[in-house]
Design a protein around this ligand. Structure first.
Ligand code: GFB
Length: 302
């Protein structure tokens, strides 16, 4: 009998993936081995989707590189070792396209992960996630375990962290634009607006992860990407339009632009799922903004 357990089950990604057991942070601190062992002893899952991580936007990452490295290395080390000890049949772990080298020939492809240093803005997080790729490979090799990893681009959607400072760009800007509208103030946006990003909707990540759990068994990770870049300026245009904000957008040049771009190829993914239909950004943003407006202020990070 299959028993799927997901770490980070109540978060942006986890809330969109099918599983019998959805762990949230109240179920235990995954940085602590004893607590992880107790969780596996209690649930004895057959399949694990490992989505739990200390995550944050460019602002959060730049302020706490040590904690982003420490917390993620501890969480990943404990979870994968517990999966070995409790004979878990399949593990799907999450990396991110921010782990790729900063200066590399684009587009990013799966073989380029370790070919140079990542962008300084997320140095701690990026190397901790690179180590998760290494951990996955050595467990496969030494213990012949079906551990795999996936590499999503910037994910957005419902159940995100809408914190104004440490959140990712889409949830933070939805929150800021909403406040600017209701308070009749300027809408302050970080940086120059010129950086480019590839955004993928959390519901699409849910479907692709369910697919990977059943079908993907390569040692090399696989990129989950729409391979469609938009500028932060165009993103702001979408958010302003959907929220109906009519005031001034103010670009804060003293705030970080982060990495300029991280364009990725989804050639490998599309070779597996050629008919997969990605949710257009306008549709995903509308659903996310409706969720925010209908639930404000009872939202994570608010
Ligand atoms: O989502 P984000 O913070 O992370 O996006 P990264 C940053 C881009 O959005 C930068 C612009 O170009 C910012 O200048 N931006 C504009 C804002 N206004 C805001 C705002 O209010 N908040 C934020 N956060 N950004 C992250 C990595 O990089 O990507 C993480 O640091 C993770 O580790 C994540 O991998 C997926 O795309 O720059």
């Amino acid at each position: 009998m299959i028993k799927r357990l997901i770490t980070g089950g109540s978060g942006l990604v986890g809330s969109n993936i099918d599983a019998e057991i959805k762990l949230g942070s109240n179920d235990g601190d995954l940085r602590d081995w004893a607590q992880v062992k107790n969780i596996f002893e209690a649930h004895r899952p057959t399949h694990v989707i490992h989505a739990a991580a200390r995550v944050g936007g460019v602002g959060g990452n730049m302020k706490a590189k040590v904690e982003f490295f420490y917390d993620n290395v501890m969480i990943n080390t404990n979870v994968l070792e517990a999966c070995r000890i409790y004979n878990v049949k399949k593990v799907v772990s999450f990396l991110s396209t921010c782990i790729f080298p900063e200066s590399i020939e684009y587009p990013l492809t799966e073989k380029k992960i370790h070919l140079g240093a990542p962008h300084w803005s997320n140095y701690g997080y990026a190397y901790a996630k690179r180590m998760l790729d290494v951990q996955t490979e050595v467990y496969r090799d030494q213990y012949n375990l079906d551990f795999v990893s996936v590499i999503p681009t910037n994910i957005y959607g419902l159940n995100d962290n809408f914190n104004l400072d440490s959140g990712h760009v889409i949830p933070s800007l939805i929150h800021k634009c909403y406040l600017a509208k209701v308070n009749n103030t300027d809408f302050n946006v970080w940086g120059s607006g010129t950086p480019l990003r590839e955004f993928i909707y959390s519901k699409d990540i849910g479907k692709l992860t369910n697919w990977a759990l059943e079908n993907y068994d390569e040692s090399e990770p696989i990129i989950f990407s729409t391979s469609h870049e938009i500028s932060i300026k165009d993103l702001v245009g979408f958010i302003v339009g959907i929220i109906g904000f009519e005031g001034d957008v103010v670009w804060q040049s003293d705030k970080p632009d982060g990495q300029f771009r991280k364009p990725s190829s989804n050639k490998k993914l599309m070779s597996y799922v050629p008919d997969f239909k990605f949710t257009p950004i306008e549709v995903g943003l509308k659903e996310t903004i409706d969720h925010f407006v209908n639930n404000y202020p009872n939202l994570r990070g608010v």
